[in-house]
Design a protein around this ligand. Structure first.
Ligand code: SF4
Ligand code: SF4
Length: 104
């Protein structure tokens, strides 16, 4: 999972956030990330049931609105679109299919 330890205390002990907001943010930072081992094969994007994975340097869309690409050199996952399919498939489909183990 893409996890940044420094974000955790800031999130958990932030008095400005309600419990629901903390859960939402925690879910967001726990989403998988694609690292620089990506060789651009596109298998993960094809496999993702939510179409949450996009090619490098290409925009993604949420609710019909086009947004700037999140990465320029590797495929990337849009956290807001990823549902952590492990809950339905029993595993992360993208991480499972990646030949480079680039999704962590
Ligand atoms: S399956 Fe792996 S190597 Fe292929 S595009 Fe996705 S992250 Fe990159
Ligand atoms: S974890 Fe599942 S839903 Fe999320 S990006 Fe990977 S394949 Fe898509």
């Amino acid at each position: 999972m893409g996890f940044y330890p420094l974000q955790l205390p800031h999130l958990l002990f932030n008095p400005m956030l309600t419990r629901n907001m903390k859960v939402k943010e925690l879910n967001k930072i726990m989403k998988p990330q694609i690292n620089s081992n990506c060789i651009h094969c596109g298998a993960c994007a094809f496999e993702c049931p939510n179409e949450a994975i996009f090619k490098f340097n290409t925009p993604y869309k949420i609710a019909g609105t086009e947004r700037f690409p999140l990465k320029k050199r590797t495929y990337y996952i849009v956290p807001a679109l990823c549902s952590l399919c492990v809950e339905t498939a029993g595993k992360l489909l993208c991480a499972d299919i990646c030949p480079m183990n680039a999704i962590v």
